[in-house]
Design a protein around this ligand. Structure first.
Ligand code: GDP
Ligand code: MN
Length: 392
């Protein structure tokens, strides 16, 4: 799960990570009130920041500095409600519904910090780079040596010596090193205790008066751990998610929308991945990833159909099921019922194997509906690709 920058900063502040003073605003009036308050408290400027679940906001015009209240109000007028396009939003952009208004910082250097779960070592890795404020993916691709890494032993935590190594690698001044050690350890503690899968501070800044701040903050959480963080779960903003994905999550369906024309309904994440691959291999393109899970009910299958069909790009449906816990006859009953209830018009191709497969095939055959069944996964993929091409 992703959250907004302002929410990430609230969490980090609780762990003692220094962040600039600021507040979120949902309306121009609220934004003006926050700016007024910050100036009254002595801020020399404020920064107006679009809150969307995507990076690259600065380049897209979603982060603007103001020297006085008038300027701040002009930026608010422009940014609030705009369709902000960044390299992470796609060409359609994302509507800005919230702003973070913060006191400006006197930036000396812009650096990078990140903590990410490294699946190859099974440990959290702390990353730091002097190439902050820019796209870290580009730095990683072109100059990977510019990113310093410390792998963290979960039994010990981030050692002070490791934090000092990172501080030296960043070229911090001796007067900043102790602050940096405390900063990095707080960041690590926040990552660990919130079950975050990624924490990124870009830029991590030093100021002209030698202070350190998280000027930007991004946190992604492990969805499988959200059950033990009710407070974090409450931070979810469905406005930032794909509406079909939100709908799917209501029925515990693992659905991710893609750009292709062939809808997939599959049980098991591994089989779903293989299905997307074989569609590509057969010359088609998947419209989604969908794992209905091991024990899908007829109701879930109907909802899955509704979601697949709400995607206007879908030209054919590929149902690829290996009946284990989910018995094939039960699935076939669900598919037939859904196809009748929803009056499905797009061609459906199935590949079925596993428990009660013969009963399942019989149910499909006797339904009177027009399903194609592939004998193998490859044949079914070829059939569905051909069906999608014909439908165009
Ligand atoms: P992102 O583009 O979505 O990653 O948004 P950031 O929060 O990282 O902001 C982008 C850039 O805006 C930063 O790298 C800074 O250069 C600039 N910026 C953000 N806040 C301030 C501020 O308080 N003062 C100044 N001078 N620049 C800022
Ligand atoms: Mn940033």
């Amino acid at each position: 799960m992703k959250i907004h920058e302002y929410q990430a900063k609230e969490i980090l502040a609780k762990y003692g990570v220094p962040v600039p003073r600021g507040e979120v605003a949902n309306t121009p009036e609220e934004a003006a009130a926050v700016a007024r308050k910050l100036f009254a408290e002595g801020a020399s400027g404020v920064v107006v920041k679009a809150q969307i679940h995507a990076g690259g906001r600065g380049k897209g015009g979603g982060v603007k500095v103001a020297k006085n209240r008038d300027e701040a109000e002009q930026h608010v007028q422009k940014i609030l409600g705009m369709q902000l396009i960044t390299h992470q939003t796609g060409p359609q952009g994302q509507k800005v519904r919230r702003l973070l208004i913060e006191e400006t910082a006197q930036i000396d250097r812009e650096l990078y910090l990140g903590i990410v779960l490294d699946r190859s070592t099974g440990k959290l890795t702390f990353m730091a780079s002097q190439a902050g404020g820019m796209e870290i993916e580009e730095v990683a691709a072109k100059t990977p040596e510019a990113i310093y890494k410390e792998s963290i032993d979960p039994a010990i935590g981030l050692g002070a010596y490791q934090a000092r190594k990172l501080a030296f690698a960043l070229g911090l001044k001796p007067t900043q090193v102790n602050q940096a050690v405390a900063f990095f350890q707080s960041l690590y503690k926040a990552t660990l205790e919130t079950d975050a899968s990624l924490v990124e501070i870009n830029p991590f800044i030093t100021t002209k008066d030698d202070k350190l701040f998280a000027l930007d903050a991004k946190i992604n959480f492990d969805d499988n751990a959200l059950f033990r963080h009710a407070d974090i779960k409450a931070l979810r903003d469905v406005d930032e998610e794909d509406p079909l994905e939100v709908e799917a999550s209501k029925y515990s369906l693992n659905y991710i929308k893609l750009d292709g024309t062939i809808a997939c309904m599959v049980n098991g994440a591994g089989l779903a991945m293989a299905t997307m691959d074989i569609i590509q291999y057969a010359g088609g393109s998947p419209a989604n990833f969908l794992d209905v899970g091991g024990g899908a009910t007829q109701e879930q299958i109907e909802h899955a159909f509704e979601i697949l069909l709400s995607d206007k790009n879908v030209k054919a449906i590929f149902i690829n099921i290996f009946g284990g816990i989910l018995r094939v006859d039960r699935l076939a009953t669900g598919v037939v019922a859904a196809a009748k209830n929803l009056n499905v018009q797009v061609p459906i191709v199935l590949r079925l194997e596993g428990t009660n497969v013969e009963e399942g095939r019989k149910i499909l055959k006797e339904s009177g509906l027009n399903f194609q069944v592939g004998a193998t996964m490859k044949e079914a993929a070829e059939l569905v690709v051909a069906a999608a091409k014909e439908a165009k």
